[in-house]
Design a protein around this ligand. Sequence first.
Ligand code: NAD
Length: 454
Amino acid sequence: MTTQVINPATEEVVGTVPSTSVAETDAAIARAHAAWPSWRAVAPADRARLLRRFAEAVDGDIERLARLEVANSGHTIGNARWEAGNVRDVLQYYSAAPERLFGKQIPVAGGINLTFAEPLGVVGVIVPWNFPMPIAGWGFAPALAAGNTVVLKPAELTPLTALRLAELAREAGIPEDVFQVIPGKGSVVGERFVTHPDVRKVVFTGSTEVGKRIMAGCADQVKRVTLELGGNNANVVFADADLERAAATAPYAVFDNAGQDCCARSRILVQRSVYDKFMALLEPAVSGVLVDDPGKDGTEMGPLISGDHLEKVRSYVDESTPVAFRGNAPGGPGFWFPPTVVAPVGPDHRVVTDEVFGPVVAVLPFDDEADAVRLANDTEYGLSGSIWTRDIERAIRVSRGVAAGNLSVNSHSSVRYSTPFGGFKQSGLGRELGPDALDAFTDTKNVFVAIEEL
Ligand code: NAD
């Protein structure tokens, strides 16, 4: 069985990849299991060197990886270059880990007590279609660094860059069975990662609905799991903020990657006293977003990933949805949807309560700080968000009040490879990136060595 890969900007077929069967998945897991003892036994400095070589191989291939992502996922070329660079950076960052997986020596009576950070075994990484390269890297880089072997399933729609990354790993000298990319269906390959007893951990990024099933399935074997799920994030703009900057940047905080971003700030909450002024500033900023061929330098937004997803996003902008203004989108083939600003709209409209995962943003007014925090938290998600104010005390108070894992003040940044990333509430479980992610790929072993008194 094979699956056709479609370019979402042109609807042309760009490749065909195999759909791995259950039996083939089992065989890949068996190879990963067999490769584990020798991989964990590689000397720390040598494992570090292999990861640095993998990072160098990615660095030398940035343009090819980026072009592949433009063709497969419709990402803008600028974003796709950043994404390939992020894989390199994450590999570089975790290449320092093998030589720094410190345990502890804890004072006890009658001997010495040591802890070891032991690898888990085979780690299954399940990747969504919205950021195929970075999300793959956030799983496989720390997993490999900690001494695990990895089987990785890219999303059905976007397998091409992950397959290329596996080739680069081999070129860098990482043994074939240590890092395998297995394209196929979630219900076949992904499910098998959950049910196969030799997969000791599942790293899942995707929808909250599938994440809940994975968590329930992993419970059967007390399998370790990291979940990065959906978001419905607030961009909170107070009256004392730099309104020009807040309005100029707000479109990019939600329309980047055509809104197909778990961190998209899809609810802009604006203090009522400056609401009209903010909307007047937002309109030219939205019409200035350059939606065009994603392969052209300078394009700021490309198409949606598929025809099905286009229909889903379109269903949120029906006759019940008040559209304040819209940006542009090309006509012709491709899954295009223009940047769309919804207002005035109540907090219970489904365009506000759901994760739309497209270039649609709702703008709602709030009265005071308490009201802003209440509205921001009026969701079962808790992934990211932004706070715009010149009052540092308010910035800290509101940051502490908003129940989300990744907040930014007077900016919209959520992701840095050296800082933790993950969700509160139904946005996830566990943290990726940063110094602590390695804990999610190891188990702590405690060893007491008795020493007799002379
Ligand atoms: P999805 O849940 O449909 O699929 C994600 C992955 O899971 C795919 O590889 C898919 O094949 C696989 N899968 C599907 N069913 C499965 C099953 N039963 N068992 C095992 N694997 C299965 O999500 P999607 O539509 O690809 O991605 C969009 C979602 O991902 C959005 O909700 C978005 O918010 C979320 N997301 C979250 C983060 C984060 O870091 N929190 C990052 C990116 C995307």
